[in-house]
Design a protein. Structure first.
Length: 587
């Protein structure tokens, strides 16, 4: 790349300033189109998978059945094609918008759609797999801020990354994988822009992008950092100005009208900051391609076309009104859920699943303590999460391969903390001394469900004061067996990935991961007289969001912090406070 950082900075900055109103209006229109049309198409594709495969939902239990069903597999392919088309459409519009601005051509949507259709037709069946693989590589690394709202929910679930990062090997593995993906994404930055502006295949453009980014990487980094810094400073200054203005107009912070306007301005500024970040990166790429004569698409405007100022104003107004209505509803309903349970995930501030963790959770007034229960070789129960003993006890053997006396009292460590593996009875006895309710997760590790449940019920019947206890498992057969044997026990099903309905489960509560959570699932659970818990919520912004949701319980590694978040929301609950909390919400 024979372009200096200074030249790239000046060219991109000038182009953004010269075409700011065009970019802002088209960005707003693009977002509205994708939100309305894109969301509808994605939901249609997902429902199509369930309907033609005859499955009530998409989960780990049904995923294999859907893929093995020819109709289900066809539905999955249609769904993937819809998402790929929408991603391609979004990227094509942005590319042609910027390319046209460099050629001093203000393209109409008709021109852009025609050019996009031509590029889609160029993607033959041989190229589509490479196109899909390219977009999948963008998901974990977000392609250096070139992601889409369509891919916001496509990430590695926290229950996977969280467990991996609890070990040194897993932590290093995740860091290396992240760095590799960042590097690969950087080297492939030119791939899709090249595919839009030349006549070559996506495979050829992958090779060309790799060659073009072999040198001159600092050019992009320096120019992006400089432009991003200016954009960030401007955004922060405007946010502070409008916050000051809102404080002057509404000194109490209780005016729903003023705070809705303030919230709408904040969200609009944050949207455009993200959108302009994409344009900075894309403008830099296309300027380099233009300098190296790689832009072969000629953008021609119809004769006599004039700048449509009224159209731009109408688009921006419609976008702002849409945000205003949506934001007023969010502000009005963003209140604390006072009945929500705080559940300490495997205890608190000690080795997981230890007696010390149980005691510490009681000290910070958690409502429940979640614990993991496994069966030993001789049919007795201990409290430990992993099926093998390697991570905590440094023993390369599975729990079910050892007798009870060999596992109970086994020294374990986590970081600088040490403890021993307790038996289930010891754990329950201590919990009853502390008057602490328990959320017991059964982990059968291949054990016969009927045998496992019978053995568990033998221990259950030896306890007293279990009315508040809840029992759950990832194993659906175990929970159905437990529900059949003892309907009086509050039974729950743990579902790591869940899209669709809870049809066919008939449990007292469900536990889903943050990755799968949505308010529709809560409403469905409540209609069936069931509760819904979410795990594992550890970030403050997540805690604030879920504390104001209809979820019945939050499972967290930090119950003390969750309790503080709830107290602060209850204490500081003006509309201004709600605005300040919501602007930190990334979802």
């Amino acid at each position: 790349m024979d372009v200096s950082a200074k030249e790239l900075f000046k060219a991109v900055g000038h182009n953004l300033l010269q075409n700011k109103w065009l970019f802002l209006s088209q960005g707003a229109l693009l977002q509205l189109v994708l939100l309305l049309l894109g969301t509808a198409l994605v939901q249609f594709g997902f429902r199509l998978i369930l309907v033609i495969s005859g499955q009530p939902n998409l989960s780990l239990d049904t995923f294999k059945a859907i893929l093995l069903d020819p109709l289900g597999l066809a539905g999955v392919l249609i769904f993937v094609t819809i998402v790929a088309f929408l991603l391609f459409f979004e990227y094509a519009i942005l590319t042609f918008l910027v390319a046209g601005s460099y050629q001093n051509q203000k393209l109409t949507w008709k021109n852009i759609c025609i050019l996009t259709a031509k590029r889609i037709r160029k993607l033959n069946w041989k190229q589509i797999p490479f196109f899909l693989l390219y977009f999948l590589s963008m998901v974990p690394a977000a392609n250096l801020d070139m992601g889409s709202f369509l891919t916001d929910r496509l990430y590695i679930p926290h229950f996977i990354t969280g467990e991996l990062m609890k070990t040194t090997t897993g932590l290093w593995g995740m860091m290396i994988l992240w760095l590799v993906l960042i590097y690969v994404n950087f080297r492939l930055l030119f791939t899709l822009p090249l595919t839009m502006v030349n006549e070559q295949s996506i495979v050829a453009n992958i090779r060309k992008s790799w060659a073009m980014t072999k040198k001159g990487k600092h050019t992009f980094v320096f120019s992006w950092l400089a432009l991003e810094s200016i954009l960030a400073i401007l955004t922060i200054c405007m946010l502070l100005f409008f916050l000051f203005l809102g404080g002057v107009l509404d000194t109490s912070g209780q005016s729903i009208v003023v705070e809705t306007v303030l919230f709408t301005i904040f969200k609009t500024l944050m949207f455009y900051q993200t959108f302009l970040t994409k344009l900075i990166i894309l403008s830099s790429i296309l300027y380099v391609l233009k300098k190296e004569n790689e832009v072969q698409v000629v953008c021609q405007m119809p004769e006599g076309h004039r700048k449509n100022t009224l159209g731009i104003v109408l688009i921006l107004t419609m976008f702002t009104l849409f945000l205003g209505v949506y934001n007023s509803v969010r502000l009005y309903t963003a209140s604390l859920n006072p009945h929500q349970l705080v559940i300490a995930h495997r205890g608190f501030n000690a080795v997981e699943n230890s007696i010390q963790g149980l005691q510490n959770a009681a000290k910070v007034h958690a409502d429940y303590v979640e614990l993991d229960v496994q069966m030993t070789k001789d049919g007795k129960f201990v409290v430990v999460h992993d099926y093998d003993l390697k991570r905590l006890a440094n023993i390369q053997q599975r729990v079910k391969e050892r007798d009870f006396q060999e596992v109970k009292g086994l020294p374990i460590s986590q970081g600088n903390q040490k403890a021993v593996i307790p038996s289930l009875n010891e754990f329950v006895q201590k919990a009853q001394e502390l008057d602490m309710a328990l959320l017991i997760e059964l982990k059968p590790d291949g054990q016969d469900p009927q045998f496992f449940v019978q053995k568990f019920l033998e221990e259950w019947d030896s306890w007293s004061n279990t009315a508040a206890y809840k029992v759950m498992s990832l194993d659906k057969d175990v929970m159905q067996c437990l529900k059949q044997e003892r309907p009086s026990i509050c039974s729950g099903y743990v579902i790591p990935i869940q899209f669709g309905h809870f049809e066919g489960f008939h449990m007292d509560f469900y536990v889903i991961e943050d990755f799968s959570y949505n308010e529709a699932l809560v409403q469905e659970a409540h209609e069936d007289q069931a509760e819904l818990f979410v795990w594992t919520i550890n970030e403050e912004s997540q805690m604030e969001r879920y504390a104001q949701s209809d979820a019945d319980g939050i499972i967290t590694d930090y119950p003390d912090q969750m309790q503080n978040v709830k107290k602060n929301i209850q204490k500081y609950d003006t509309y201004l406070d709600r605005v300040l909390r919501l602007i930190t919400d990334t979802k």
